[in-house]
Design a protein around this ligand. Structure first.
Ligand code: RAM
Length: 910
């Protein structure tokens, strides 16, 4: 035992605590270390896994790494005996550190495997007999079955999936709290199954009953703005398998088969876009409990549907994550009764009612009120977002479970006159993929803090199993471009590795043989809706970003051929393999410099396409390097160089001017580092002058906006970037904030200064794309970043910029290693107080512009001659007008001067 207090905590399997239903045959493990000693690094670890907690003590083990000298504490891959379907494994982890500390064994954890192969499924796909219930009916139908359970079941796991959305009940109680299962994937090739531990819900030694409700959902409901239904098929079906294990090791299985019964139920209509119609009088008391009389129910039919497409749930499930109380009950000038939830949210309205039986209520959901203050629904296009509820009488509770709405306001119709309407009876249930909250950003500017909140709400509203463009109109699709621009910001706010890993597998599944990438994933549009620059680049940028933010190499391995496919696709376009100047592109979508009547910004699409081609090729070459694919490193590295040369020849004049006079045109080559030296300086200067000429306004659209502030900051114009983001007049981020936005808008002027709206055909008030400025707030304003060569926040880069016009900024982030924090605050005496937090087994480079080693005070001590004397401080140097500290884990308070603006030359982090 060493002298330190090394502890092991937060032990995870595949990003989760004690998960069940794991589909990977090589799950990965991670843990965090805690220690009082600054500069703690892991030097070795040991993992043991066994089939019972007892066997963890002295075997037999299915895996024992022995003591392994390694600093890896994140995503350590299983390498033991072959794992068996539906089996639970126990594991424990121990670590040693650089001070000789030994954590001892951490608490025993488990993970449990799901069904792994088609043969593991004994169940049959079932659907109501079509002669009794029409397969294409709008209603959600019910399926049920009774079964016997022997005495003292030890463990019962229920596996289920469906064509359509299902919800299960067991003995009258809901199974789990997951919403909209099985989620949305490229259903033709991939369908997720869920696993639920229902041991506690079973009645031991007696009759039990399962009930399932099955609605259309994404599978067979209305999807896409064309009004088409049945994208994946017209027949909904359920596949269910309950595995009951007894103490003596025997196993019984209850499956979906021809013995089930079917019926219509209270959900008369349920659609993702349109809402739900529910007649509570049609509820059948006790339908999912044993003993229910189902003689009047109809038989079910079994159908053929492949089981080879089944995968276990890959990302976190969607859940109700927050409940909002209405802010107000409004009587609008038009005479409407409207609940104001105070927040543009996604999910559904939960209600407690006590009205006469047969009362019919209608709830219409909307994002905004119009100029007069009445409900505005024109921007929903064909999506009805309407819930109709017929009361059964007495105290009753309801929320739509097979449809979700994007809304802040709800109009209530049909409330009986004379009965007071109490807003307290309504609650907004916020639903999204239950990603682990990760980051927070705060600064001295209240409107920027509101912007950050709006970005987070935009993410919550649009990360409902798939990264969607918007959650309210007849769209709600996995637009690749939107996901690509937002992924880095998303990864700051929440843990999104499983969420993107899943979606990227769908991208790969829907990618064409020629490498073309659909506009939306899952792909449900027509055959032509493929392969726009900056949209298709999601195939490369998203996996790379997940790798960067989590150090997750598997996502690169899995997507590698998909990434290459996209590059090769571009290369094959037109007759010049180095420029991309053919085909359809969305361009700088919604750029303000677009011609009248067009959505495509003024930046030439071939410039955008070639910039992204270069960028994706470079990222692919980097991925090849990470995975050790030497030949690809050479081939694609050389291709990248040639694309850059071709780009320079085509778009930069011999004098170093860019041939496109737009902000976005300048942003891209700077951001993607296609220009260097004097050309870089000139482009940056020109970009800055455009922003100045526009009086600190942007003109950028989807493609330029995410990077605009970054390139200003990185090229010596940080103050200008801060001015830009503080701009309150239209067009700007804060314009919408001042207009009362609680989410990010699709258009800079979704709501115009006079209260009128942008055109109703495309005006979402919950579109996260422009929220992509969030990652700049974290990285550039608060200074929380990482060194690219040690991804996943193994080596941090703190580069705070107090010389910005703000007084204070703070960012915190829950990394795989633990909490990271960067904070700075201007002091009345003109110095800056910095605070940094670095978790164990991570290190940091800190760059403090204007600070000197003579005057800086670190945790109350001076650096003086021998920096190593200060605990945790490993090295310090002064370079390019900045103090550079290398720190080990721990908490640091640094007080330092700010220097003069002139001393703030670009400082690098290598
Ligand atoms: C709109 C979507 C999305 C965008 C595409 C090009 O329909 O809302 O945000 O990526 O167009």
């Amino acid at each position: 035992m060493g002298t330190t207090t090394l502890q092991i905590k937060h032990i995870r399997c595949e990003y989760r605590d004690n998960p069940i239903g794991i589909g990977s045959r090589k799950p990965r493990f991670g843990w965090q270390l805690a220690s009082d000693a600054p500069g703690t690094l892991q030097t070795a670890y040991r993992i043991q896994a066994a089939e019972s907690p007892e066997a963890l003590e002295d075997g037999p083990y299915v895996w024992d790494t022995g003591r392994l000298e390694s600093d890896q504490s994140v995503l350590v891959e299983y390498e033991g005996n072959e794992l068996q379907a539906a089996r639970r494994y126990w594991y424990r982890v121990r670590a040693w550190d650089n001070y000789g500390g030994d954590s001892g064994w951490g608490d025993a954890q488990f993970w449990e495997m799901g069904l792994l192969a088609p043969e593991d499924w004994e169940a049959a796909w079932i659907t109501p007999d079509p002669s009794a219930i029409a397969p294409e009916s709008e209603e959600a139908f019910l399926l049920r079955r009774e079964f016997e359970v022997g005495p003292a079941p030890k463990r019962a796991i229920l596996f289920a999936t469906s064509l359509g959305i299902y919800e299960l009940e067991l003995n009258g109680r809901r199974v789990g709290d997951w919403q909209y299962t099985p989620g949305w994937t490229s259903y033709r090739r991939r369908l997720q199954a869920q696993a639920y531990d229902v041991t506690a819900q079973l009645t031991s030694g007696g009759p039990n009953s399962i009930g399932a409700t099955l609605a259309n959902g994404w599978y067979s409901g209305d999807l896409g703005w064309g009004g088409a239904r049945n994208h994946y098929g017209a027949v909904r079906a359920l596949l269910l398998q309950l595995r009951i294990e007894y103490a003596d090791g025997s196993v019984e299985t209850v499956v979906s088969d021809a013995n089930w019964r079917a019926s219509a139920g209270p959900v008369r209509m349920a659609e993702i876009y349109h809402g739900e119609t529910y007649d509570a009088r049609l509820e059948q008391e006790g339908w999912s409990r044993p003993g229910f009389e189902d003689a009047a129910w109809s038989p079910v039919a079994t159908i053929d549907h492949p089981k080879s497409i089944l995968v276990m749930q890959e990302n976190e499930p969607a859940r109700v994550t927050e409940q909002l109380k209405p802010l107000a009950l409004l009587a609008t000038p038009g005479g409407e009764t409207v609940l104001d939830m105070g927040q543009n949210m996604v999910g559904r309205l939960h209600m407690r009612l006590n009205l006469p039986a047969g009362t019919e209520l209608t709830f219409t959901h909307a994002e905004v009120l119009d100029q007069e203050g009445n409900l505005y629904i024109a921007n929903l296009r064909k999506a009805k977002q309407q819930v109709r509820y017929t009361c059964k009488g007495g105290e009753e509770e309801y929320e739509s479970r097979f449809s979700f709405q994007g809304f802040r306001y709800v109009k209530i119709e049909g409330w009986p006159t004379g009965v007071p309407l109490d807003a307290e009876r309504f609650t907004g249930h916020v639903v999204h993929t239950d990603m682990a909250p990760a980051g927070s950003f705060e600064c001295s500017h209240p409107l920027l803090n509101k912007l950050q909140s709006n970005i987070v709400w935009g993410q919550r509203g649009n990360f409902l199993d798939v990264p969607t463009d918007c959650p309210q109109r007849d769209e709600r699709l996995g637009w690749t471009g939107d996901a690509q621009v937002f992924v880095r910001t998303a990864a700051f706010n929440y843990g999104v590795a499983p969420f993107f890993a899943k979606w990227l597998r769908d991208l790969k599944a829907d990618q064409r043989a020629d490498g073309g990438v659909p506009f939306v994933v899952p792909h449900i549009l027509d055959d032509k809706s493929f392969s726009s620059a900056a949209w298709g680049d999601a195939a490369v940028i998203c996996p790379w970003t997940v790798y960067q933010c989590y150090g997750d190499k598997r996502v690169l391995e899995e997507q590698y051929e998909s990434m290459r496919g996209w590059i090769d696709y571009i290369r094959a376009q037109g007759d010049n393999e180095l420029l991309w100047n053919t085909g359809f592109h969305f361009g700088d979508w919604l750029g303000l410099d677009a011609k009248e009547g067009s959505y495509v910004g003024a930046t030439p699409t071939d410039l955008i396409a070639t910039c992204f081609y270069a960028y994706s090729t470079r990222l692919f070459a980097k991925a090849a390097e990470v995975l050790g694919r030497e030949e690809d490193v050479r081939t694609y590295g050389a291709l990248y160089e040639r694309i850059v040369e071709a780009f320079l020849r085509e778009f930069i004049t011999p004098g170093g001017r860019l041939a496109a006079h737009t902000q976005t045109g300048h942003v891209l080559p700077l951001m993607f580092e296609l220009v260097d030296g004097p050309v870089r300086e000139r482009l940056a200067r020109t970009l800055a002058s455009y922003v100045e000429e526009q009086k600190h306004h942007l003109t950028t659209g989807f493609v330029g906006t995410p990077y605009l502030c970054h390139v200003l900051t990185d090229n010596g114009y940080h103050e200008l970037a801060v001015k830009l983001v503080q701009q309150e007049e239209y067009p700007s981020w804060l314009y919408s904030v001042n207009q009362g936005a609680t989410t990010i808008w699709e258009h800079w002027d979704g709501l115009k200064p006079d209260g009128s709206f942008w055109s109703e055909d495309m005006n979402s008030f919950n579109h996260y794309a422009y929220g992509a400025v969030g990652d700049w707030l974290y990285r550039a304003v608060a200074g929380l970043d990482m060194v690219e060569s040690e991804p996943g926040y193994k080596r941090l880069l703190f580069r705070p910029r107090p010389d910005s016009g703000l007084e204070y900024a703070m960012a915190a982030y829950e990394s795989a290693y633990g909490t990271i924090r960067s904070e700075w605050r201007l002091q009345p005496d003109g110095t800056v107080q910095y605070e940094f937090e670095i978790p164990a087994n991570a290190t940091a480079v800190v760059l403090l512009r204007g600070a000197t080693s003579q005057s800086a005070v670190v945790n109350g001590g001076t650096l003086s001659q021998d920096g190593a004397q200060l605990p945790g401080v490993q090295r310090f140097t002064e370079e390019n007008g900045a103090l550079r500290l290398e720190l080990g884990s721990g908490r640091y308070r640094v007080k330092a001067g700010l220097g003069s603006a002139a001393s703030h030359a670009a400082v690098s982090a290598s």
